[in-house]
Design a protein around this ligand. Structure first.
Ligand SMILES: O=C(O)c1cc(=O)[nH]c(=O)n1[C@@H]1O[C@H](COP(=O)(O)O)[C@@H](O)[C@H]1O
Length: 276
């Protein structure tokens, strides 16, 4: 983030974008789309975030395309480009160990540098993924306050009794904070906090600076958030924020120079909001 600016660009090969880029809606199309984004932006942004669902749509060949895109990103730029595999995995612990092996193990073709995970089977169910990430030098982004309006129903709910009534989101943030305690500059267990959530972090008692980990902030661009929202949502935690935009940047493609220009503009805007 310090070297390239606080922007992550999502690789989301939606059917409409494939058509706009003149690519077929099949495994060859998503492969070409992903590789073109890596070619245009590799080495120029803090991270790339391929959206697994949009590759999975095309079955095993689509998943193979995702593997190729991850390998290309790892080789892109002078020192490789970090990837966040956006698969939002979450399951009972014994199954989570399988996902950890798939996405967080050295040598696995589906492993990026970080994985998005869902804590809604209980934060403790993520333990195998936490262990695999810490052992292999990778990271997690745990869904905390998501960018979609429906998330509030679960994430804002209050649980506990007596003096310990807290929101679900605050509990998730506290679990991440405990894992990141003492890490410098930031720990490896990040959170997903949408740039669209308004004052939900304050209202739910989520202490963002205390997380001491990176905060992935989707919702920039197509979902309506910009510099004003980033500054307002993150306040004192803004130096931890990795703003994320997919369609907002991808709409500038397929021309590589236009994609790079769009990413640079989004990165500058995020930097002004978060670093200014
Ligand atoms: O984990 C994510 O990346 C994520 C979490 C969230 O709360 N909201 C959210 O939009 N995302 C993802 O971020 C991307 C947003 O895409 P755009 O709206 O096109 O920028 C999609 O791939 C979403 O799945």
């Amino acid at each position: 983030m310090d070297s390239h600016g606080p922007l992550c660009v999502g690789i989301d090969p939606h059917p409409g974008l494939l058509a706009a880029w003149g690519l077929p809606d099949d495994a060859t199309g998503v492969r070409e789309f992903g590789l073109r984004v890596v070619e245009a932006l590799g080495g120029h942004v803090a991270a790339l975030k391929p959206q697994s669902a949009l590759f999975e749509r095309h079955g095993s060949r689509g998943v193979a395309a995702l593997e190729e895109v991850l390998a290309a990103a790892a080789a892109a730029g002078p020192s490789g480009t970090l990837t966040i595999v956006d698969a939002k995995r979450g399951d009972i612990g014994s199954t989570m160990a399988g996902y950890a092996d798939a996405y967080l193990r050295d040598g696995s073709p589906l492993a990026g540098d970080a994985l998005t995970v869902s804590p809604y089977l209980g934060f403790g169910s993520l333990t195998p993924a936490v262990e695999a990430a810490l052992e292999s030098g990778r990271g997690l982004f745990v869904l905390c306050l998501t960018s979609n309006p429906e998330g509030a129903q679960v994430q804002h709910a209050r649980t506990g009794a007596g003096a310990d009534v807290r929101s679900v989101a605050a509990r998730i943030a506290a679990e991440a904070a405990a894992l990141n305690e003492g890490a410098d500059p930031l720990g490896s267990i990040g959170l997903v906090v949408g740039a669209t959530i308004g004052d939900a972090a304050r209202n739910t008692g989520v202490d963002l600076p205390a997380v001491n980990g990176p905060l992935l902030a989707p919702g920039v661009g197509a979902q309506g958030a910009g510099a004003t929202e980033l500054a307002a949502v993150f306040g004192d935690a803004r130096r931890q924020v990795l703003a994320s935009s997919s369609r907002g940047v991808l709409a500038a493609g397929p021309d590589a120079a236009s994609l790079l220009e769009a990413a640079r503009a989004a990165s500058r805007e995020a930097a002004e909001a978060l670093r200014g």
